[in-house]
Design a protein around this ligand. Sequence first.
Ligand code: C5P
Length: 228
Amino acid sequence: MGTELITVLDVDTREEALDLVRACGDCKFFKIGAQLFTRCGPAIVKEVQALGKQVFLDLKYHDIPNTVAKAAKGAADLGVSLMTIHAVGGRRMIEAAREAVEGSGTRILAVSVLTSLSDEMLRDEVGINETAESAVQRLAALAVDSGAHGVVSSPQELPVLRAELGPDALIVTPGIRPAWASRDDQARIMTPRDAAAAGASFVVVGRPILKHENPAEAVRMILEELNV
Ligand code: C5P
């Protein structure tokens, strides 16, 4: 499989979300996160799917295994293609999520360490005496070993995670900026072409598409980069 594009629907309303999906032309995957889902609920997932698109439900579940399993089953019943859990929920939680989606088309992705956390915050606030880099590798390996289909990874971690997790794991990478786009607030970025070359299964792109005067054209240019 080549590298697929996921467009981010980080908006507050159903109308904005559906207008964006319609504007994004050839993009097949759309990410619905806590912002949109909290306002619009499962109905927005169904409406995006009704436009012929696939949904990445990015709600980052982290709870006891039973609760995460029930939520994962709910996501699978909604027919989402991808969903996220937190790897720090531990092996039993990850296994329970995987079992809950077995037989469906839903794939589980694990989030390891949020990129908003520095080494100092991990140590002093969260109580993890390990660099973020080492925690990311450890948690990603735990997640895939426990049945997660893949992980979410920053561009910085992508090459080492691809080497560590092997060719079959899904790796989904935000922080993507085509050469023609603004960096916005992203500190460490990669172009779609470089992310594809480094082994990303999916790239997650927001503002370069959403702020472009012609989102369908932005999608077309990114897809072209991914397919060379
Ligand atoms: O607009 P932009 O392309 O920066 O959007 C990237 C998307 O990926 C946003 O939904 C953002 O929350 C998400 N994300 C990120 N960096 C992470 C994790 C998630 O940019 N480390």
